[in-house]
Design a binder for this molecule. Sequence first.
Ligand code: SAH
Length: 244
Amino acid sequence: MTGTLTIAGLGPGDEALVTPEVTAALAAATDIIGYAPYVSRVPPRARLTLHPSDNRVELQRASEALRLAAEGRQVVVVSSGDPGVFAMASAVFEALEDAPQWHDLSIRVLPGVTAMLAAAASVGAPLGHDFCAINLSDNLKPWSLIEKRLRLAAEADFAIAMYNPRSASRPEGFSRALDILREAGCGERIVIFARAVSTSDQRIETVELRDARPEMADMRTLVIVGNSATRRVGRWVYAPRQVR
Ligand code: SAH
């Protein structure tokens, strides 16, 4: 049988947010590859090999997936949320650059509900106007670039979705990020701390930026900083569609 490589997003946690397309790919798989907590979301069954790995070995994991698919296996690489958002899809294409012999493999990327969309929906519509997404982890880029992007995003008045707010290697980074936004005059903006969205551990907190504390976020939190027009209506938070 011809091998295939599918890179699939499992959504933010709730089974109801796994797309039918991803469910079908998982049902047809012979091998599941990914970071251990994500692989563990796929129920074991006969003739399915699970390959859990550490989260620091993305390229190795991507090459292994390509090799298994080239051998004729039905391989699914799993990410949480969407696989193209700070996740495995880029790693697979990076590995493919060094492996021209695999360029004709059948590869598909299946989208998933990324954390910022689930987080936004849980409070209303804070991404209803222009926004950007920034990964606050400095594992794969210098911290100076993160600071520059935060400053410019604040200046451009984007709503800002922040992934990986508390990087394990730089726990003080998020505190610095909040300071940068305060220095940029965003103290009155609404900030949403959305933790473990769509799971039984979900916790949502909404505060003004000047009252935000670094401890409000951990690695399971998605932080959304509103734009200057973001406001509350009842218990909801939304960005108006029109900005003058
Ligand atoms: N590919 C994933 C993102 C991976 S980076 C996606 O599209 O969602 C991991 C970061 O995503 C976490 O540090 C956190 O900021 C965010 N995240 C993932 N799942 C989440 C959830 N259920 N609730 C809140 N944030 C989540």
